[in-house]
Every structure is written in structure tokens, then in C-alpha cells.
Design a protein around this ligand. Structure first.
Ligand code: URP
Ligand code: ZN
Length: 464
């Protein structure tokens, strides 16, 4: 029987913070309290004096080795990406299955699970619906009832590849509502983006700075309003990903006030960076090409406020890095060819602590909620994960709030030659990370083997 005893730490969850020791037995939290029994010569005792003891982070939106065409994949695979996650205090990720058009969902799931099994930490999968036919609703039922996937992702942009027409978005929402599942939606008006992209390119406007101009804030606002309207009539629980504008927040607040079951996520890059990054010299702005793009500062102010007052529940990263050399530079002469996406899974907890908690934009308990408890509750992992309670998986982050560092691509675990937070000063970092009762990260090193993570079956209760 493997036993770990964490002594003298200060436990912080989304609802409470208190001094307690924690006994971990066979991968689960056995007991909390003082003077815990069952300690013998095989017990490893970890002294957590001066440390916060938190539930490990849950990043509910990542894309490891995402195929983007032309034989290219996002540069972190499930091994390197989960090393980065663990090094940053995140102990579970939720990635995506993205079926080829007309491919069976279950077949695509089987393939994705094979790719994902290199993960060092536990992983769940959302199912993307990238085309629609009569068989899909039956497969969605199989996902929910047999495969532990009660969340379905749809894209309103990328119409030429994985995006859906409104008629099919409605069909997905209608089916999900009947299955008590949640639809995750990327809100951008695809046709206007395509129109603006073509217009800019035909005018010779090919630089990265035209990326945000082809996706102005109205593109997100309109799509969010339309998604919310479709969700209202289909009674579908919604989760809007990577909210980047104050206008979309306003739409969400209005919808929730009228009783709509809508939850939302934003990302560290939308909170901490702004559109001036696209004016960097030469092609440097390409490092910041993600969708939706970075906005002006008044949008990020509103996003922080929305996290503070609960209008947005989750901070996830949309982690999807690409190397500048050999990947992003495919768009040297045409910004529309720059693969969309940035890294963040390693930096999320530290950024939200340093620039959220320490700057008093969110509280300590809210930090734990936004980064761990809320995603666990929303996506069917709670209370197995996202909290510190007897019987939960022993996914624990020992946080040294006094340690400092500076983010850099030279030292990060991400498999990427840039870091959009390069030079950001950080206060606080993981002292130790425990996943399923095993030491996963200690003294700056990953301690687990590739393949230590387990697939997470998830179940939701969206009503009542
Ligand atoms: O720019 C982004 N968001 N890249 C990841 C793929 C997606 O759109 O979710
Ligand atoms: Zn994404």
C-alpha cells in the first residue's frame, strides 16, 4: 500500500482554506486532519510548511498534436504537452477528438485515444462535431452513454474545414440537449472572416497585423448572440470558449439573466496581452496569431471583471503551439496561412496567481475555482478531481508562493521556440506536483513515465 503524508501545509480549495495534513493512500486522498494514523517506515513524509496545498489544475481546453493539414501538427504532443502541464501545476487536461468529415465519431475517438495514451497526466476528450448526417445523433448518444464524453465542440468559424452551418449547429444543440450534454462553441462569424481575409490578401495586405483586422470584435459578438439564440430555442446547455471581447461578455450576461444555461471561458492571453503585439517588427507578430485574436486593453479589463464576478467561470489555455521556424513561417507571405494557436498550459496557474491573485483581480479561492474546481464541475470530473476531499484522486499541487521566476522559451517545457509571455515576471511556482498519489514533478524535474496518465470517463448533470 503506497502511502504519502503531506504535513504542515495550508490547504486551499474553491470554498475554503485551512491548515491540515493530508494522508494519501493508493492514489486517493485518504484522510485530512492532524495526527493522522497509518504512518510507518514505508510512508513518505512531505513537509509542506509555508506552502499552499491545492487541487491540481484542470485545463479544459488544449490541443496536443492537433493536425492542421499539410502533414503539420501543433508542436506539443501528448507527452511533451503533459510534461509542460505538470510542470505548471496542471494535473488533468481535456483535449479534443476532431473527426475527418464523414468519419465515424467512434472511429475517430479510437484513433485519438491511441495518440493520447502517451500522456503523463490524466486526460479527457471533448468530441468535435465537424459535419452532420443522420447517424451522428446516434453516435453522440454512444459518446455520452458509453465513452464518457458528455461535451461536444462546434465551430462557427473555419467553414471550409471543420465549421458547421447554422442548420447543423441547431441539430447538434438539439441532440445534446436531449442527451443532457453540453455544447462547447467557438463563436466567430466564419463567412465575414473569409471575406475580409480574401479582401486583405487581394490588396497585398499579407502581414500578421491583418489577422486581428480580419476578425474584429463584432465577429465574436454576433456569433455569440446567434449561438445563444440557437441554444435558447433548443434548450441546449452552452459553454463558450476563449471569450475575448467585452461585447461577448455582455451577450452572455444578458442570456444568463434570462435563465439560459450558459457558461464561459477566457484564456490567459486574452487577459494579459493586447493587440499591440501584432505591430512587432517583421514577422514577429505571427507568434501571437490565435483565434480569436488579441484585443485592445478595455476588453481584457472587462474579462478580469467577468472572472471576478462570476460571469466567466473558467480560465483555460486553448494550448496549441507552433514553432516559428518551419510552422508559423508558412504564412510569411500570407497571414491566413499562419497556423493559429499559442502555448500556455505550463504558464496558466502561475499567470493567474501572479497577475490575478497578487494584483487583487481575483481572490485566492477564486484562483482555485477558475483553474480547477469550476472546470471539474462543468465537465463531469467533480468531486473526483478539482477539490481536496476524502476519496478524491490525489492530484495535488504544492505551491510555493514565495518563489519567483521569469517566463522564457529558453527554460519552458513547451515544445516550442517562442513563448508569448517571454519576460513576464512570475511570483509563485509549483514546489511539487502529485498525480494519482505519485510524485509527478519535484525540484524542477518531471518524475513520471510517458503513459502514466489515464483516460477520464466523464458524466454530466446539466439540469437541476
Ligand atoms: O487559435 C486557436 N484557437 N487555435 C486552436 C484551434 C482552435 O481554433 O481552437
Ligand atoms: Zn481551441
Amino acid at each position: 500500500m503506497a502511502v504519502l503524508l503531506i504535513k504542515n501545509g495550508h490547504v486551499v480549495t474553491d470554498t475554503n482554506s485551512f491548515d491540515s495534513d493530508i494522508l494519501i493512500v493508493d492514489g486517493k486522498i485518504g484522510e485530512l486532519g492532524k495526527n493522522l494514523g497509518k504512518v510507518n517506515s514505508h510512508t513518505r513524509i512531505i513537509d509542506a510548511t509555508g506552502l499552499y496545498v491545492l487541487p491540481g489544475g484542470i485545463d479544459a481546453h488544449v490541443h496536443m498534436e492537433l493536425p492542421v493539414g499539410g502533414g503539420q501538427y501543433s508542436s506539443d504532443d501528448f507527452e511533451t504537452g503533459t510534461c509542460a502541464a505538470i510542470a505548471g501545476g496542471t494535473t488533468s487536461i481535456i483535449d479534443f477528438v476532431t473527426p475527418e468529415p464523414e468519419q465515424s465519431l467512434i472511429e475517430a475517438l479510437k484513433e485519438r485515444k491511441e495518440v493520447a495514451k502517451k500522456s503523463l497526466c490524466d486526460y479527457g476528450l471533448h468530441m468535435s462535431i465537424t459535419s452532420w448526417n443522420n447517424g451522428i445523433s446516434k453516435e453522440m448518444r454512444t459518446c455520452v452513454e458509453q465513452e464518457g464524453i458528455p461535451s461536444f465542440k462546434v465551430y462557427m468559424a473555419y467553414k471550409e474545414t471543420i465549421g458547421l452551418e447554422d442548420e447543423h449547429l441547431i441539430a447538434v444543440m438539439d441532440t445534446a440537449a436531449k442527451l443532457d450534454a453540453r455544447v462547447i462553441i467557438h463563436c466567430e462569424h466564419g463567412e465575414i472572416i473569409s471575406y475580409l481575409q480574401k479582401k486583405f490578401i487581394s490588396e497585398g495586405k499579407t502581414a500578421p497585423k491583418y489577422h486581428p483586422l480580419s476578425r474584429p470584435p463584432e465577429v465574436e459578438k454576433e456569433a455569440a448572440a446567434r449561438a445563444l439564440m440557437m441554444a435558447r430555442y433548443t434548450r441546449c446547455p452552452l459553454y463558450i470558449v476563449h471569450v475575448s471581447t467585452r461585447d461577448a461578455v455582455d451577450e452572455i450576461v444578458k442570456a444568463r439573466a434570462s435563465g439560459k444555461n450558459v457558461l464561459a471561458e477566457t484564456c490567459p492571453h486574452h487577459l494579459l496581452l493586447d493587440e499591440t503585439e501584432y505591430s512587432r517588427p517583421g514577422f514577429e507578430g505571427a507568434a501571437y496569431v490565435m483565434s480569436p485574436p488579441l484585443r485592445s486593453k478595455h476588453h481584457s479589463k472587462r474579462l478580469w471583471k467577468a472572472l471576478k464576478n462570476g460571469d466567466i467561470q473558467v480560465a483555460a489555455t486553448d494550448h496549441c503551439p507552433f514553432f516559428m521556424k518551419g510552422q508559423k513561417d508558412r504564412g510569411l507571405d500570407d497571414f491566413t496561412k499562419i497556423p493559429n494557436g499559442v502555448a500556455g498550459v505550463e504558464n496558466r496557474m502561475a499567470l493567474l496567481y501572479t497577475y490575478g491573485v497578487l494584483k487583487k483581480k481575483i481572490s485566492l479561492l477564486q484562483w482555485v475555482d477558475i483553474c480547477s474546481a469550476a472546470p471539474a464541475k462543468i465537465f463531469g470530473l467533480y468531486p473526483r478531481k478539482g477539490t481536496i476531499t476524502k476519496g478524491a484522486d490525489a492530484d495535488i499541487l504544492l505551491w510555493d508562493r514565495h518563489a519567483g521566476s521569469t517566463i522564457s522559451a529558453r527554460t519552458h517545457f513547451h515544445n516550442c521556440d517562442t513563448n508569448i509571455y517571454e519576460g513576464f515576471k512570475i511570483k509563485g511556482k509549483p514546489y511539487m506536483v502529485i498525480t494519482n498519489g505519485a510524485i509527478a514533478y519535484e525540484t524542477g524535474r518531471i518524475k513520471l513515465e510517458k503513459g502514466s496518465g489515464r483516460y477520464l470517463y466523464r458524466q454530466l448533470k446539466t439540469k437541476g
